[in-house]
Every structure is written in structure tokens, then in C-alpha cells.
Ligand binder design. Structure first.
Ligand SMILES: NCCC[C@H](NC(=O)CCC(=O)O)C(=O)O
Ligand SMILES: NC(=O)OP(=O)(O)O
Length: 314
């Protein structure tokens, strides 16, 4: 595995999950694997979990992590080929990424979408400029369209909480939010859940259809209570409209899950990647109750990252 940017195939996903669970029981067992190596964690957007868990994972493997909040502490980056840089941008991505590639053995990048330029966002333009010009293995810390480390942690969490032979019924439900939010977490969750063979249903108000290239193979059910019937895992997430790109087309508060929503899914566990807007996206009642797996998911981010870095180091 050179880069880690998306779901590739079930056998790779299974081996990453297995390795992550092994590291969870034996976090320091490979602490010489990355000796003398460095990973650069480059953030163009805020982060709590991804920032801390990726550093812990690297340290567990003996690598030295160096974090740069490039949006705040770096020079303003120019992304466009052939740009005449006589305005706000100071340094071209081809210069910056090449320098970073010469400093680090692995680069890890967070680059959110604009939610205004659909063509560039769908091409994962900013993230791919780092891949193109750095010349080293790149790990996605959430790009414009995917958040694979989150999804890997989510698959690990489902694996740990599911003992039965048959596939669990997994529901991805849209939830209200006050801001226009990226599609990356929802896209990736769908990509990984389908790829890992889970029975996935997606529910959302009309107008919140996701990019079909990520949801192909899932059932779409616009009636949330119908979708929730018999659910084993319910993944809660807001996203902005994809067709009317980046717009908020509903804030209907009835989509926020409370205990009442679980009458037909008594045993269902609830997942969210965090950060969560309490009592907007998800009720306190659910987040603080027995159904919630959110802290387990966040903890598993360490072992997801450790498994991925280990695989890249070979
Ligand atoms: N990395 C996890 C989620 C990041 C991002 N959330 C946010 O931007 C929340 C912002 C807010 O609540 O104001 C998202 O959903 O893609
Ligand atoms: N879930 C997640 O990626 O959290 P952060 O944005 O805090 O890294």
C-alpha cells in the first residue's frame, strides 16, 4: 500500500481492521518499526481527534510526528498551475509539497472542500496537489470527498460490537445542522460499509441525495422511521446538499434522533464521528445513553491510524 486515501478492497480493509485490533491490545509491540522516520501531519482545517490520534499512532510505531497548521502558520498557498502570483498567495503548492516531501517519509494531509467549486472538490484538487508534488506516501486526514481513517475506525467499532454471523443492518441518517457541512464523512462511511459487506440503508430529507458513486449498493429510504426499523447500527451525520451543491435545503428538527426514534430498533447502537452539535444533530439523551459508541469510535482512531502507518512502512 503506497497511499491511504480511500477504500480499496475488502481483503485490504479486513487486514487493516485485524491489525488495528491487534495494536489495540498491543500498542507498543512495533515501536521500532518507524525508528529514524518522520511523518508530517499537515492541517489546512481544524481538528481534535485526527490531530491527536495520528500523532499517538506514529509515536506508538517509533516515528516522529511533526504537525503543521498550514492554514494558520504556513504561507498562503497557491494551488493553480501557471498562476501569476501577484495577489494574496505567497508560495506555490509545487514548491511547498516538494519541500515537505524531502523532509518527511510520510505526509498526512487534511484539506476540506470549498463547497462552492463542485468540480474542484470532486477532483479532490487540493489534496491531490500534495500527492502529485510531494513524491512520498500520503495519508488522507479528511479530504474534500473522503475521510478514510474515520471510516476505518468506524468499521473497527462495528466489528467489536457485532458478534452475530449475519451482516448487521447499518443505517446512515442525515441530521440537522446550522452550517453547510462537507460530504466526506458520509461518502466514506457509505463506501466502507458497502465495501465491507454491511447491509446499508441511507435516509435523508429530499434534496440531500449523496453522490451516487459512493452510495451505489445501498438502499435509499426517505422515510427515516421506516429506515430505522430493525437497525443494528445508526450512523448520524449532517451533510449539505450535493445536487444543489453546498446548500442547506432543510433544517427539519424532527430528524434529530431521540429515544422515541428507536421503538422499532430497541438494540440499535448510535455512531457519530464527532465533533457533534448537541441537541441539534443528536440529543443529549442519545449521546449520554447506552446506545452511544461515539467515544469508542474516537478511541479507535488511534489504532486505525497505527494500522495504516504500519502497512505503509511495510
Ligand atoms: N472531521 C470530522 C468532521 C469534520 C466536519 N465537521 C465540521 O466541520 C463541523 C463544524 C461545526 O459544527 O461548526 C465534517 O462534518 O466534515
Ligand atoms: N472525527 C474527526 O475527524 O474529528 P476531528 O475533526 O476533530 O479530527
Amino acid at each position: 500500500m503506497k497511499h491511504f486515501t480511500q477504500f480499496e478492497n475488502k481483503s485490504l480493509a479486513d487486514s487493516l481492521i485485524e491489525k488495528a485490533l491487534f495494536y489495540k491490545s498491543n500498542p507498543s509491540i512495533d515501536n521500532a518499526l518507524g525508528e529514524g522516520k518522520r511523518i508530517g501531519c499537515i492541517f489546512l482545517n481544524p481538528s481534535l481527534r485526527t490531530r491527536a490520534s495520528t500523532q499517538i499512532a506514529a509515536i506508538n510505531l517509533g516515528l516522529e510526528p511533526i504537525v503543521m497548521n498550514m492554514d494558520k502558520e504556513g504561507w498562503a498557498l497557491e494551488m493553480k498551475e501557471g498562476a501569476i502570483m501577484n495577489k494574496g498567495t505567497v508560495e506555490h503548492i509545487k514548491d511547498a509539497a516538494a519541500v515537505l516531501g524531502s523532509y518527511f517519509d510520510i505526509l498526512a494531509i487534511r484539506a476540506f472542500p470549498s463547497l462552492t467549486n463542485k468540480i474542484e472538490d470532486l477532483a479532490d484538487f487540493t489534496f491531490n496537489q500534495f500527492v502529485k508534488y510531494s513524491g512520498v506516501p500520503v495519508i488522507s486526514l479528511e479530504s474534500a470527498i473522503r475521510h478514510p481513517l474515520q471510516s476505518l475506525a468506524d468499521m473497527i467499532t462495528i466489528e467489536e460490537n457485532w458478534a452475530k454471523k449475519e451482516s448487521p443492518k447499518v443505517v446512515l441518517t442525515w441530521a440537522p445542522h446550522i452550517k453547510a457541512i462537507p460530504h466526506a464523512v458520509a461518502n466514506s462511511f457509505a463506501e466502507w460499509a458497502i465495501g465491507c459487506g454491511h447491509d446499508l440503508t441511507i435516509t435523508h430529507p429530499q434534496g440531500y441525495e449523496l453522490d451516487e458513486s459512493f452510495t451505489h449498493g445501498a438502499k435509499i429510504e426517505l422515510n427515516q422511521s421506516k429506515a430505522l426499523e430493525g437497525a443494528d447500527f445508526v450512523y448520524v451525520k449532517n451533510w449539505s446538499a450535493f445536487n444543489d451543491y453546498g446548500k442547506i435545503v432543510s433544517t427539519d428538527p424532527s430528524w434529530m434522533l431521540t429515544e422515541k426514534h428507536f421503538e422499532q430498533a430497541k438494540e440499535a447502537k448510535v455512531m457519530h464521528c464527532l465533533p457533534v452539535r448537541r441537541n441539534v444533530e443528536l440529543s443529549d439523551e442519545i449521546l449520554d445513553g447506552k446506545r452511544s459508541l461515539v467515544q469508542e469510535q474516537a478511541k479507535n482512531r488511534i489504532y486505525a491510524a497505527q494500522s495504516v502507518i504500519s502497512k505503509i512502512l511495510g
